[in-house]
Design a protein around this ligand. Sequence first.
Ligand SMILES: [Zn+2]
Length: 118
Amino acid sequence: MNITGHTHYIRNNILAFVFGIIVPTILLLASPSTASAVYLISGLFALLPANIAYHKGRNFAKWFIYGVLLWLIATIHSICIHDNDKAKLRKGHQKCPHCGEFSRPEATVCRCCGRDLA
Ligand SMILES: [Zn+2]
């Protein structure tokens, strides 16, 4: 992961922490209720699918909301999806200039067409 990816990763988790944990904690302390307790717990739990999906190149905020609404489905879904092009580039994979397929960072020839990678 490069510096930009790391900064986004930290920023995303700070935002999720504020809106998913600090805000509901304040609400819970101000007026203890089941609704604010549920909001706090779902915010904590939603960090899991949001982080898994973000590592696979998906949008953190969208997956955080998905996780709050449908936690179990979002978690299973985030585990099942594969890295998209954005995640592969972030992980240092090389895109073949001839066929457009991605190969591992240490590869010298394309795994798809067999031609040399620049
Ligand atoms: Zn190729």
